[in-house]
Design a protein around this ligand. Structure first.
Ligand code: PEP
Ligand code: MG
Length: 945
């Protein structure tokens, strides 16, 4: 991509010159691209009257010129710098390089976006053997002056001259040892002077030149070092990792700012503050300070800083000024600010401000408060909170009041927190899971064959791998917390323990992982269950005022429906009925229905099921009241409800063995003898059978059981399919076993009549899965109409219902126009549609090759999590277009997993979808994401991304 720059020019002596340097009083505070984030902030703060020390910014354009010219400073730059230094001298009354009252400056990098760690700061620039004495005289503190000098030489040698910082630290440590002191500030002035000599000696040895004493030379070298850091390895890697492209940030600015000192006695201090509490969002000044210290002491943790409220007692006037600054900053930026201050001999200076990084509760609370305070519009407040913030709030998470300290840190790969026994082996995890124990699967890295361990675990912890590692991808897909790449943990899977320094975690030790923050804790940690706070409730209501896209929910039970209503859903977009079939008391009836030999046998089973299903729907309709409820008729292949062949085979084997034993025993079967044959070690079901057989002394019962197992095996074999997911399922079952669909349709409509009698305006929507052709849909539609008429005849009431289809098969997309003749709504089943479009299944992809595909960039995302707009999305667009040609008012929803994911929601909004339907916990995320999609407008490039 070509980026064009507006080169800033001015005229000097009749010649057009590029302007590379801006005083804080003249730079455009909104132009972060030119001045970098830090520089723009300093200019802006200066211009709104905040007490920023005098200084200036060298633009990012100068940096680009520098690189373009083969690392040569642009012509005229140093002259401009000198002119601006002169202004700083006038403003401070000090002089750069002056022996009596020297001006010192800090030199800092600053790109358009913050890139922490890219380049350190050089402080105290302008010191040399002469000016250090001037500083000592001017401050009356020789120790202070030499301390500043030795810090400057070490920093300068490291950053500007590229020397390894280790030797400087080592010598400092030697001095401390020699003097028998623990902290740097305990070193006396003689030691500092001697340290300065040693440092300069290292410089001479390593660079074959004296440490530069010319202050302008120092400045020139520092500026060059900052420019070069832009193309340093660290910065390039950082930009690649965080996708910082040239149009986001190009080049770094250099900020040159007059030094102020917080370490000039007890009327001086320094600190880092937030305009509000960054974790709770409470509207109070928040942060810490140190009396008589330099900024780096706060960060370095040499002394423990005090909470800012103590400044109210120590320096009340300064505290009041900080409160004023806080108000001015928030009014200016309409955003919580994270700012640095220094008090030099009772005078306050602000050295930096930037938008604060907040915790999830704080994002929500401050957004709502700032609307009430008139700092933000509702739309700005909604847009300010990113959907992933809500995602964090909708998982179990660590209570922010818990004071536990993590023992290790890794990558926050899948949100939520979990506690359990550390288990180092997937088989073991599986076993423990079956014993209802809570486990955390701890592995160096995971492999596809560990998948059963994932199912059993509450969370996953690995010491290797990033956000696209196998562990991360699979855990996210399962919605389980995951911390990966916690490299400081050394895991010995064979031996069953892990080490973090001198801490050992053995199998069964309780640990807690926080997949939202990437932390690992020993033992249990207090957790918070997801809920909607008053502030979140308010924010989501504002989101509802903005969004056009509907948000429904996918549920199977009335309890889930109630939760989704609490979270603000506008109806059920998908009620799967198969999970109702799987309830333990129902399964035998379902199996009877499936394996029935005769029509009568099947009808008898169905008659038992009808009232159960009716009750299911009544309960859900009652919860949803007058909101629409889309119920999907039975979808999975029937064999899923039958016992597993291996289990029946094993039972049969047991029975046959029992028979052989009994035949051998001449006397009547007797418990002790049977025990001798250890038959009780077999399956629990068989134990009961053995008991019955023994009790009744009934060998015929045994024969009957054997033949029923043999019969079951035959039946199950008849239901087995080569490729069940592409086989006899969905509407195909409805057509081959119409009694099943008829029972479900009747249950839905009778439930609706029942609940309508209670005064509720129920809106059932009957949805058919896996439809390929309009003929299938018509077939089912005929049944619906007949059953509706029968109910009307019998009960004298007709409830309104809708009839529609899932779109989860490619042919359904292609025949959308015809399907829309029968269906009054479509719901894209993007799980199956993705599977059908890619022609690979989610399970296989996620456990076998998708992590590798993601890692190698073959696929950017997991299409089962984030809608593949280029492939599946295109199919959807065609479908929508053709469907609306036939039936302009057709309602179109999406109910696959992707429907709760913000980027996919953005696509749905642009594509003209009416609603998305997602799990209850994702409903709040979807409400916010839909509002964001609306605010950001139709920017989604639907086809050409
Ligand atoms: C789908 O295919 O997207 C869908 C919602 O159905 P299921 O996940 O039940 O197959
Ligand atoms: Mg499906």
């Amino acid at each position: 991509m070509f980026i064009t720059y507006k080169i800033h020019r001015f005229r000097k002596g009749g010649i057009n010159m590029t302007k590379f340097v801006y005083l804080f009083t003249e730079g455009d505070g909104t132009n972060k691209r030119l001045l970098g984030g830090k520089g723009a902030g300093l200019c802006d703060m200066t211009q709104i009257g905040l007490p920023v020390p005098p200084g200036f910014v060298i633009t990012t354009e100068a940096c680009l010129e520098y690189s373009k010219n083969g690392n040569k400073l642009p012509e005229g730059l140093l002259d401009e710098v000198k002119e601006n230094i002169k202004v700083c001298e006038e403003l401070t009354g000090k002089r750069f390089g002056d022996v009596e009252n020297p001006l010192l400056v800090s030199v800092r990098s600053g790109a358009a976006v913050s890139m922490p760690g890219m380049m350190d700061t050089i402080l105290n620039l302008g010191l040399n053997d002469a000016t250090v004495q001037g500083l000592a005289d001017a401050t009356g503190d020789e120790r202070f002056a030499y301390d500043a000098y030795r810090r400057f030489i070490a920093l300068f040698c490291n950053i500007a001259l590229g020397l390894d910082e280790k030797e400087f630290y080592d010598i400092l440590d030697d001095y401390k040892k020699k003097k028998g002191v623990q902290y740097d500030h305990e070193l006396d002035v003689e030691s500092l002077k001697s340290l300065v000599k040693d440092y300069k000696e290292i410089c001479r040895r390593e660079t074959k030149a004296d440490f530069p004493s010319d202050v302008f030379k120092q400045l020139e070298l520092a500026i060059k070092a900052v420019f070069e850091s832009w193309n340093g390895r660290r910065a390039i890697d950082y930009r690649r990792e965080f996708n910082i492209t040239e149009d986001i940030a190009n080049g770094t600015a250099v900020n040159i700012c007059t030094m102020v000192f917080g370490n000039m006695g007890n009327t001086s201090a320094t600190g880092v503050l937030f305009t509000r509490d960054p974790s709770t969002g409470e509207n109070v000044l928040y942060g810490e300070y140190l009396l008589n210290a330099q900024g780096e002491d706060v960060v370095a943790g040499v002394r423990t800083p005090k909470p800012i409220i103590e400044l109210k007692k120590e320096m009340p006037a300064m505290y009041d000024e900080l409160l004023k600054v806080r108000k001015i900053l928030e009014e200016r930026y309409s955003e919580v600010q994270d700012f640095e201050f220094t008090i030099e001999k009772g005078k306050l200076y602000i050295l930096q401000t930037r938008n604060g990084k907040l915790g999830p509760n704080a994002w929500v609370r401050t957004s709502v408060d700032m609307v009430k305070e008139g700092l933000l519009t509702k739309e700005e407040a909604v847009h300010r909170v990113k959907p992933d913030v809500i995602e964090q709030l909708m998982h179990r998470r660590i209570d922010p009041n818990d004071t536990s300290t993590p023992v290790a840190k890794g990558i926050a790969a899948s949100p939520g927190a979990a506690t359990g026994r550390a288990i180092f082996d997937a088989d073991e995890a599986d076993k423990r899971g079956k014993l209802a124990q809570k486990v955390i699967l701890v592995r160096t890295e995971t492999k596809p064959e560990d998948i059963h361990g994932f199912f059993a675990a509450q969370g996953i912890l690995t010491s290797r791998g990033g956000k696209t590692s196998h562990a991360a991808v699979v855990a996210r897909a399962m919605g389980k917390p995951c911390v990966c790449g916690a490299e400081e943990i050394l895991i010995d899977e064979e031996a069953g323990f892990a080490r973090i320094g001198d801490v050992t975690i053995r199998q069964d030790d309780i640990i807690t992982i926080d997949g939202s923050g990437g932390n690992v804790f020993l033992g249990e940690v207090d957790m918070i269950e997801p809920d909607i706070s008053d502030e979140l409730f308010t924010l989501l209501n504002w989101a509802d005022e903005i969004r056009k896209l509907g948000v429904r929910t996918n549920i199977d039970t009335p309890e889930d429906a109630a939760l989704a209503v609490k979270f603000g859903c506008e109806g059920v977009g998908l009620c799967r009925t198969e999970r109702m079939f799987n309830l333990p008391e129902r399964l035998p009836v379902i199996q009877q229905m499936i394996m029935a030999e005769t029509e009568d046998e099947r009808k008898s089973a169905i008659n038992k099921l009808l009232p159960m299903q009716r009750e299911d729907f009544i309960a859900i309709f009652r919860v949803m009241r007058d909101l629409p409820v889309t119920i999907r008729l039975l979808d999975p292949p029937l064999h899923e409800f039958l016992p597993r062949t291996e289990d029946i085979e094993r039972e049969l084997q047991m029975l046959l063995e029992l028979k052989a034993v009994l035949n051998k025993l001449e006397a009547a079967p007797n418990l002790t003898k049977v025990l001798d044959y250890r038959l009780f070690e077999y399956l629990p079901q068989i134990q009961e059978i053995i008991c019955d057989v023994i009790k009744l002394e009934d060998k015929e019962l045994l024969d009957m059981l054997i033949s029923s197992k043999e019969h079951a095996l035959e039946k199950i074999a008849a239901f087995s399919e080569v490729n069940p997911m592409l086989g006899h399922r969905g509407v195909r079952i409805g057509i081959t076993y119409p009694e099943i669909y008829e029972m479900q349709i009747r249950a839905i409509l009778e439930a609706a009549v029942e609940v309508a009698k209670e005064g509720l305006e129920v809106s059932p929507e009957i949805m058919v899965p896996q439809v390929c052709t309009a003929q299938e849909l018509k077939w089912v539609h005929d049944i619906v109409e007949r059953v509706a008429s029968e109910i009307e005849g019998a009960r004298g009431v007709r409830v309104a219902y809708k009839f529609g289809t899932m779109i989860e098969v490619v042919r359904a997309c292609m025949r959308a126009g015809r399907l829309a003749e029968v269906a009054s709504f479509f719901s894209f089943g993007t799980n199956d549609l993705t599977q059908a479009t890619f022609s690979f299944s989610r399970e296989d992809a996620e456990s076998k090759f998708l992590p590798l595909y993601n890692e190698r960039g073959i696929l950017q995302d997991n299409p089962f999590e984030i809608l593949d707009v280029r492939g599946v999305g295109r199919l959807m667009l065609v479908t929508i277009e053709w469907a609306r040609k036939t039936r302009p008012d057709i309602k179109i929803g999406v109910c696959g997993e992707q429907a709760g994911e913000p980027r996919s929601i953005k696509f749905c909004n642009s594509a003209g979808i009416d609603y998305v339907s997602c799990s209850p916990y994702r409903v709040p995320i979807a409400r916010l994401a839909a509002a964001h999609a609306e605010i950001e407008g139709d920017k989604f490039d639907l086809l050409y991304r």
